[in-house]
Write a protein that binds this ligand. Structure first.
Ligand SMILES: Cc1cc2nc3c(=O)[nH]c(=O)nc-3n(C[C@H](O)[C@H](O)[C@H](O)COP(=O)(O)O)c2cc1C
Length: 330
């Protein structure tokens, strides 16, 4: 996918390793890729605790962490350290970019671009996160004009350093080569967006060279429940993840796959706990998957279990490669 080689399709979702504290560990747990962060340009403590709550009965989490992170420059140092130590994993590594809380919305593009500049060259792909519910007004940046500005600022840096091979080529060829050399930039969307709003984001795919969509982030909606403990959790402000998010996230993936005729890579995330959930999202149109809440509830064996379950399914159906299954039920 997007010029990278993924040993398996199960990735660690953003938010779990915000400090790049455990970079070599995820590979040992069987992950095929990781998304570090979310990181912001300015270091920030996030919201006061308590800021994460479980709804055990529904296997869900509500969180309002608020991008607690060390800032892009410190994260860059940490990543360089892992590389120097020779502990860099064999799988692709992505970085989730958020907006600093102190940066006003009008300056958002600059904030994202600063982080990208500091971290470029240290990761294989980047995800522009405009869908977290825990930074005031962040999700307004999913608006087409605002997102366009952010992507333009990032892509300007991204193509600024052409590969040597581009030098001396015709202008047209050099542009194409630069684009190919550029680091893939993806966009992460909220499950609360309407299909119309998603379609507007898709209009930026070609012009801003979006490599893929990560669908989805946590939801601000809440399920019905009679369980008093879950009700208490659901009354907390924040984004909901886990089982109750599964169906909506799959619906968004299916819509994105159909709208793009299966041509745009989709990373499916939201409520994946087992191989059945993974299969549902792949056949709806996801080429890669990520988990967070499933890892919390099922434990560290869950990744290998899902990968084994997917391999088994391919064998039973007689498919040679997972890509044959992508979107087959869309
Ligand atoms: C505690 C917590 C922190 C998160 N932090 C981030 C973040 O920094 N950036 C981001 O894009 N998504 C973040 N997420 C969202 C997850 O990456 C994922 O999109 C969402 O939880 C749905 O997947 P799941 O149901 O497997 O958890 C966070 C989720 C949780 C539970």
């Amino acid at each position: 996918m997007f010029g990278l080689n993924f040993p398996n399709p199960i990735g660690l979702a953003a938010g779990m390793d915000k400090f790049a504290a455990a970079v070599p560990v995820w590979e040992q747990l069987g992950f095929g890729f990781i998304e570090l962060g979310g990181v912001t340009w300015h270091a920030q403590p996030g919201n006061p605790a308590p800021r994460m709550f479980r709804a055990m009965a529904d296997e869900a989490i509500v969180n309002r962490m608020g991008f607690n992170n060390p800032g892009a420059e410190v994260l860059a140092e940490k990543l360089s350290e892992w590389k120097k130590l020779g502990r860099w994993p064999g799988h692709p590594v992505g970085i989730n970019l958020g907006k600093s809380k102190i940066t006003p919305l009008e300056k958002a593009a600059e904030d994202y671009a600063n982080s990208f500049r500091a971290l470029r060259g240290l990761a294989d792909f980047f995800v522009v996160n405009v869908s977290s519910p825990n930074t005031p007004n962040l999700r307004q940046l999913q608006d087409k004009a605002a997102l366009d500005e952010i992507l333009a600022a990032i892509q300007e840096i991204n193509v600024a350093a052409p590969r040597q091979s581009a030098v001396g080529q015709s202008a047209q060829k050099a542009t194409a080569l630069c684009r190919d050399a550029a680091t893939p930039i993806l966009v992460k969307v909220a499950p609360d967006l309407s299909f119309e709003a998603l379609d507007e984001i898709l209009e930026l795919v070609a012009t801003r060279n979006i490599a893929g969509i990560v669908a989805t982030n946590t939801t601000i909606s809440r399920p019905q429940t009679n369980d008093p403990a879950a009700q208490r959790t659901y009354s907390e402000t924040g984004g909901l993840s886990g089982k109750p998010l599964r169906a909506r996230s799959t619906e968004i993936i299916r819509h994105l796959f159909r709208q793009t005729n299966g041509k745009l890579p989709i990373i499916g995330v939201g409520g994946i706990f087992d191989a059945d959930d993974a299969w549902e999202k792949i056949t709806a149109g996801a080429s890669l998957l990520q988990i967070y809440t499933g890892l919390v509830y099922e434990g560290p064996g869950v990744t290998k279990e899902i990968v084994a379950g997917l391999i088994q399914r391919l064998e039973i159906i007689g498919m040679k490669h997972l890509r044959e299954a992508v979107g087959s039920a869309s």
